[in-house]
Design a protein around this ligand. Structure first.
Ligand SMILES: [Zn+2]
Length: 440
């Protein structure tokens, strides 16, 4: 067993369900004792109380930092690590000029292996311990991602990205081949350690009805697999999907009519959603990954979070690397806060507790992962310790706060990858001092 002593912040209860200004929305402990056995949190109380029953035990004292749950990213693209930072283009132009040329390079197994290493280390450096990841169009590259994630024990849900039209020829595949490739990868990786498989058509724009049928077939072949794709990101994309699917009621229906939406489905973006589409998503129990940095970088639009919540659609956050501008979920939370503010009365004024929920427990809920998301008894010990360097703006701010809520606001405003000092997954420490001292 391991006994941690820490200043801990987490959100075990949904702060969207109660008054977000209620201070109890954020659980904060100045001196918390957490006992971890075989990866699971078995005790949590004031340190003095926990100490009494474990008098002889060595203590890992983290009180010089801030202990948070491991961060959860519900949408990003593994092949696009090197494509981050191309600014000033809308979605379809960005795909053609930046993302898709890079994605084609992952046909080379050595190139894919290098990118998989960069991608997984970037997640760990940012403190992200769980992610729903768009894989590659090439099976060998998807294997490389799962293998690299397994080395660190990250909780990755991912799969082969499939398309049969509208993209450069090397990224296209026949639906029959797509069904068999997906089923083979799912059989290999779904449930292997912490890996889970997600059936992943790129978007309806690049997937015919035959391809979406093939996806449903692959999903049925390996029970328990997930489904993810894009929806309603950009007006030009939405219009073209309407033209390609004249018989569909709307963009969401292009997936729903193939039986692809349910509680194990997550769609990214949904910036331009109709009420009818939100009703379908709510009835299906399908979650939405909101990606505010990407929506800003591509000028996609302002996410209607209030309407999603009113319909009862589960919302979490994603970086959407590489249209998104980095792996930090703190930056993503801050950008979500900015964009909701810009919506005025139509927006949701997000509190710090709500940002932490969206990037931890809310993400776990959207991904159906009961075992993570906060630091309660019974959860796996997936955690990060933030320890900003002395003299940085975050360090100065955190030394002068009057409340835990104020501290968390400063963390979302100012924290970045260099502040993530330690990372644990399932009780095992996988990074220390932001990979400057790698554990593996
Ligand atoms: Zn995306």
């Amino acid at each position: 067993m391991t006994l941690f002593r820490a200043r801990a912040l987490d959100t075990p209860a949904d702060p969207f369900a109660a008054d977000p200004r209620d201070p109890s929305a954020l659980r904060a402990g100045e001196d918390v004792g957490i006992v971890v056995e075989d990866g699971t949190i078995t005790e949590r109380d004031d340190f003095a109380v926990v100490r009494e029953s474990h008098a002889g035990e060595a203590v890992i004292d983290l009180r010089d930092g801030w202990l948070l749950p491991g961060l959860i990213d519900t949408h990003l693209h593994y092949p696009q690590v090197r494509a981050i930072g191309a600014l000033g283009m809308p979605l379809l132009e960005w795909l053609e000029r930046c993302a898709l040329p890079e994605e084609q390079r992952l046909a080379d197994p050595d190139y894919a292996s290098d990118v998989a290493g960069e991608f997984v280390r970037s997640l760990v450096s940012a403190g992200t311990t769980t992610a729903l990841v768009f894989g590659s169009h090439f099976p060998v590259a998807v294997d490389a991602l799962f293998a690299e994630a397994e080395r660190y024990g990250l909780r990755i849900t991912s799969g082969l990205v499939v398309s049969d039209r509208g993209l450069p020829e090397p990224l296209l595949v026949d639906p029959r081949r797509a069904a068999s490739d997906q089923a083979a990868l799912a059989a290999r990786w779904h449930g292997a350690g912490r890996a889970r498989y997600a059936v992943t058509p790129r978007f309806s724009y690049s997937a015919s009805d035959a391809m979406l049928d093939a996806c449903a077939e692959a999903a049925a072949a390996v029970p328990g697999t997930w489904f993810t794709s894009h929806v309603n990101e950009n007006p030009a994309e939405v219009a073209e999907v309407g033209r390609l699917f004249p018989h569909a009621e709307h963009y969401v229906d292009t997936y729903d009519r193939h039986g692809l939406l349910g509680p194990r489905s997550v769609l990214a973006h949904n910036v331009h959603a109709s009420d009818a589409e939100l009703a379908v998503l709510a009835a299906a129990g399908t979650g939405v990954a909101h990606c505010p940095s990407s929506n800003s970088a591509l000028g996609s639009g302002l996410f209607p979070m209030r309407r999603h919540l009113a319909h009862g659609v589960a919302v979490a956050l994603g970086t959407d690397v590489g249209a998104g501008t980095g792996f930090s979920m703190f930056k993503e939370g801050l950008q979500a806060c900015f964009m909701q503010g810009l919506l005025g009365a139509e927006g949701v004024p997000l509190s710090a507790a709500q940002l932490l929920w969206l990037t931890t427990r809310g993400g776990a809920r959207a991904l159906g992962l009961d075992e993570v998301g906060d630091l309660s008894v019974g959860r796996q010990f997936d955690a990060i310790c933030l320890r900003p360097r002395t003299g940085t703006t975050l360090d100065i701010g955190l030394r002068h706060v009057d409340s835990a809520t104020e501290a968390l606001s400063k963390i979302f405003a100012l924290a970045g990858d260099p502040d993530v000092a330690d990372v644990w997954v399932g009780g095992e420490q996988i990074a220390s001092a932001g990979l400057r001292r790698p554990i593996r």
